[in-house]
Design a protein around this ligand. Structure first.
Ligand SMILES: NC(=O)c1ccc[n+]([C@@H]2O[C@H](COP(=O)([O-])OP(=O)(O)OC[C@H]3O[C@@H](n4cnc5c(N)ncnc54)[C@H](OP(=O)(O)O)[C@@H]3O)[C@@H](O)[C@H]2O)c1
Length: 428
């Protein structure tokens, strides 16, 4: 049996789960893989901190150099989070011939070029399956199971916090604030939830996913992002009436050398498989040229699901045959041949508050027409009230034309305000 010595950088949520699997499943991993994974060090900030995990405290160190300088350590698994010093630690380890496994989506999304180069130049492995969609083996699927496809599109529910909040709002009629409070109490949302609810976490994951799917580096800065904090129960109810549910979708599409990447609340048909992904669950729906549509579903975060992906990477990292480096140009600059689109096409749902008087609807319709935005349906509820809601759903329209339309209708006599705009994806 081959023995591999490992160091964990961090033993919080994810690191703790990895420790548990490698210890509790030692016999079955040994039996199945012919491998003994021995954890020699665990790096932490504070060696004296009380911990909820039962493990020999002699493994703990707060000195990274002890790990770096130990030639017995073949694999370093980073579960600290943040950019610094995680990035520097990983690069230094790779320079010393150690393979790296990480769950750190932010550092991969922002510093993949440096990390990929360090791995390639030093002939070691860089594995990051747990960084996207926790326990769902989506990156391995893209790397090793879909080579016979050009990937046309990906649609992901890849943030559990926002999916939990939207599910509670949809199923129980909760307000955004009430659902967010429950998410915090249950540990699905951080005390400062900005990164999740404003969509940034999903952009890191989409950057990694889209790069692998489209075989081109997709920088985080090219991703349009809009979070869920503006979603109201009224729009959720109206979406239901129209046969839709609202999800925070991470969308990537490629057509020739043109790529569109965006994260925003999206209305999808309630009959689509993604519509039934509820609670903190994640799913990724991919369309490949040969396979057609395919969906992976599972737990996108949490100690044991994320550790499941990390342990798989640790096992992969024991065999150089599994080392993979990106064959696309993985640089900080966007390749000149790629065109990132900010004028994509989709449907739009727009809710406007107007005064209920003759002529208002006609003037609104005229503005849509002037901007070449074709209206599919208009629903007005309430009558002879000071303020009535109009719900407009468009046919496929261009993003920039819709934005100009919105600006123009805000200035119309009789229009009180534009309350919401939610994109609609009918053709997933
Ligand atoms: N939690 C999830 O469900 C999940 C899912 C997917 C991916 N991830 C990613 O996994 C990573 C870890 O997340 P987590 O939730 O496990 O974090 P966590 O519970 O906060 O644990 C972080 C661990 O890293 C240690 N650490 C942090 N900074 C350090 C430093 N500068 N030097 C030494 N040790 C340091 C901490 O030491 P102390 O114990 O001494 O404080 C702690 O043990 C993040 O990149 C996160 O984005 C998490």
């Amino acid at each position: 049996m081959k023995t591999v010595k490992i160091a964990l950088l961090g033993i919080g949520n994810v690191g703790g789960g990895v420790y548990r699997i490698l210890n509790e499943d030692k016999a079955s991993i040994g039996h199945r893989e012919g491998l003994a994974c021995e954890i020699k060090y665990v790096l932490v900030r504070d060696v004296n901190k009380p911990r909820d995990l039962d493990f020999p405290k002699s493994l703990l160190t707060d000195d990274f150099n002890v790990i770096l300088d130990d030639d017995e350590i073949e694999i370093v698994a980073e579960f600290m989070g943040g950019i610094h010093p995680a990035k520097e630690y990983m690069i230094e380890c790779m320079k010393k011939g150690k393979s790296v496994v990480t769950a750190n989506k932010e550092v991969i999304a922002k510093h993949w070029p440096d990390l990929n180069r360090a791995a390639k130049e030093n002939g070691v492995g860089l594995f990051f399956e747990p960084s996207v969609a926790g326990g769902i083996p989506i990156l391995k699927t893209l790397w090793t199971s879909m080579q016979g496809n050009d990937i046309e599109s990906i649609y992901g529910i890849i943030n559990g916090t926002t999916n939990y909040i939207l599910s509670r709002m949809t199923d129980e009629g909760l307000t955004y604030e009430a659902a967010l409070n429950d998410a915090k109490k249950l540990g699905y949302a951080e005390p400062d939830p900005t990164n999740d609810v404003e969509g940034y976490d999903a952009t890191y994951k989409l950057s990694i996913l889209a790069s692998l799917a489209f075989h081109a580096k997709v920088p985080v800065e090219k991703i349009y992002v809009e979070g869920i904090s503006g979603i109201s129960p009224i729009d959720i109810d109206y979406a239901k009436e129209l046969g839709y549910v609202i999800k925070l979708l991470a969308i990537g599409k490629k057509n020739g050398e043109t790529i569109e990447v965006r994260v925003h609340p999206t209305m999808i048909k309630k009959t689509h498989p993604l519509a039934s992904v509820n609670g903190a669950y994640n799913a990724v729906f991919i369309k490949g040229s040969a396979v057609g549509g395919l969906m992976l579903y599972g737990q996108g975060a949490g100690r044991m699901p994320t550790a499941s992906a990390a342990v798989s990477d640790i096992i992969s990292a024991t065999n150089p045959a599994n080392f993979k480096y990106t064959t696309f140009e993985n640089t900080y600059e966007t390749p000149k041949c790629l065109n990132f689109k900010n004028d994509w096409e989709c449907g739009y749902y727009i809710r406007v508050s107007v005064h209920d008087r003759p002529g208002v609807l006609a003037s609104l319709a005229a503005v849509f027409g002037q901007h070449m935005v074709s209206i599919q349906s208009v629903i007005q509820t309430g009558q002879r009230e000071d303020q009535v809601p109009l719900r407009i759903v468009t046919h496929l329209a261009k993003e920039q034309s819709v934005k100009q339309t919105i600006e123009a209708i805000k200035a119309l006599d009789g229009v009180i305000q534009v309350d919401s705009l939610i994109r609609v994806e009918d053709d997933i």
